[in-house]
Design a protein around this ligand. Structure first.
Ligand code: 1GP
Length: 246
């Protein structure tokens, strides 16, 4: 079974999937591996590893150590074409459709595709939509793109449907890591009602009520990152699982 098929099975069995984002720049190696194990043992369905800026020079080794320590899928969440590791099970093969920067629409993908094939990492084509969330996020700044206005559901719906019609397997509504405001429930509801591909929602989700609200609105996968890094709490990892799984 591919990682994508595994994710679909998890979503179907549990109503929604729980993805934890671990940023190798924010945790030292021991903490990264320890947190990965805690996530795997407390209800997280798959790990995302990545950063929009990557200071760490040994991503490959970090992913390898995480992979050895857990038995859930380890999925790259790249900020650029060279954020790769042969040890990853899959990669979100992102196209930043909300922007009009050709490098992040197709340039980085052409650089990365041959490497991903050589490394035998499963690509999961994903339409990536940045949603305005208060302040300029790292992803916005680094990609030199404007996010979709958070009150303009029609623009988000059009972009998500374009992702589907372009053949992408998933669409990701992203408020940005550490965002002040997460993606509004109304936008999730409208996008979900307008499209048929699985919907990932992340960025700025800091409490279980918010995670639960996003699932109720139609999110198929919830990404939790910053709050799990800031609060070293196994209980919190488990509480998010209980809120996301139905
Ligand atoms: C960021 O959506 C992810 O790409 C997770 O965001 O770090 O705010 O949880 P947080």
């Amino acid at each position: 079974m591919s990682v994508f098929e595994h994710l679909l099975a998890v979503q179907q069995a549990q109503g929604a999937g729980y993805l934890a984002l671990l940023d190798p720049d924010k945790l030292d190696r021991a903490a990264l591996v320890r947190r990965a194990v805690q996530c795997a043992e407390n209800g997280v369905d798959a790990l995302l590893i990545g950063s929009s800026l990557l200071f760490s020079s040994d991503l490959d080794k970090a992913v390898g150590q995480v992979k050895e320590a857990v038995d859930i899928p380890v999925i790259l969440f790249p900020g650029d074409a060279d954020h790769l590791s042969r040890h990853a099970d899959a990669i979100l093969f992102l196209s930043l459709l909300s922007g009009r920067n050709p490098y992040y629409l197709i340039g980085a993908q052409c650089r990365a595709a041959p490497l991903i094939k050589n490394l035998q990492i499963e690509p999961i084509p994903t339409g990536y939509l940045l949603i305005a969330s208060g302040h300029t996020t790292s992803a916005e700044f680094m990609s030199d793109t404007s996010p979709i206005p958070r009150e303009n559901n029609a623009i988000a719906m059009a972009h998500a449907l374009a992702a589907e019609y372009l053949g992408m397997r998933m669409v990701y509504l992203e408020a940005g890591s550490g965002a002040d405001m997460s993606v509004p429930a109304e936008m999730i509801r409208d996008v979900k009602g307008y499209t048929t591909i699985p919907l990932i929602v992340g960025g700025g989700i800091r409490d279980v009520e918010s995670a639960s609200e996003k699932v109720e609105a139609g999110a198929d996968f919830i990404v939790i990152g910053t709050v799990l890094e800031e609060e070293d709490s196994v209980e919190l990892i488990r509480e998010f699982a209980d809120a996301i799984h139905r």
